[in-house]
Design a binder for this molecule. Structure first.
Ligand code: DQA
Length: 143
């Protein structure tokens, strides 16, 4: 099974970005943990971080026939991007939406997700573990 992990805007700054909210792990450390879990599960993972909405859309459009599933943290685009939602809808590749923080206990504008209604599920609030739980859950869902 092949998965792609998509990280949205500002997640490249993890480690020094609002550590009280996002902890101090870097994106590289998070990706290393995901890659280690993928090895244990016997699946492959590819990673992409981009600050650009169009970059995420291009990556999503390229998933059908290449990847079996997507783990996506659309970051702030979660709350605003109908274009990313439409890309996920037309790709039709099963995905899990993940967030480091619990978006439902933060500002009201973060309670809305454009993408979650299309997801197999949403996992938030567990920091790095949100990604690991997301991979495990999508793997079991597809297995
Ligand atoms: C986030 C939550 C979003 O509201 C925020 O804009 C982010 C990160 C998270 O992982 O907790 O950039 O997706």
């Amino acid at each position: 099974m092949k998965f792609i992990v998509l990280h949205g805007p500002n997640l490249n700054l993890l480690g020094r970005r609002e550590p009280d909210v996002y902890d101090t792990l870097t994106l590289e450390e998070i990706n290393d943990s995901i890659a280690q879990l993928a090895d244990e599960l016997g699946c492959s993972v590819t990673f992409l971080q981009t600050n650009a909405e169009g970059g995420l859309i291009d990556a999503i459009q390229a998933t059908p026939g290449v990847y079996d599933g997507i783990i996506i943290n659309p970051a702030a685009y979660t709350h605003t991007s109908i274009a990313i939602r439409d890309a996920l809808a037309s790709a039709g590749v099963p995905f899990v939406e993940v967030h480091l923080s619990n978006i439902h206990r933060r500002e009201a504008f973060r309670h809305i997700s454009m993408t979650a209604p299309l997801a197999v599920g949403q996992i938030c609030g567990f920091g790095r573990d949100s990604y690991l739980l997301g991979l495990r859950a999508l793997f079991s869902h597809l297995d």
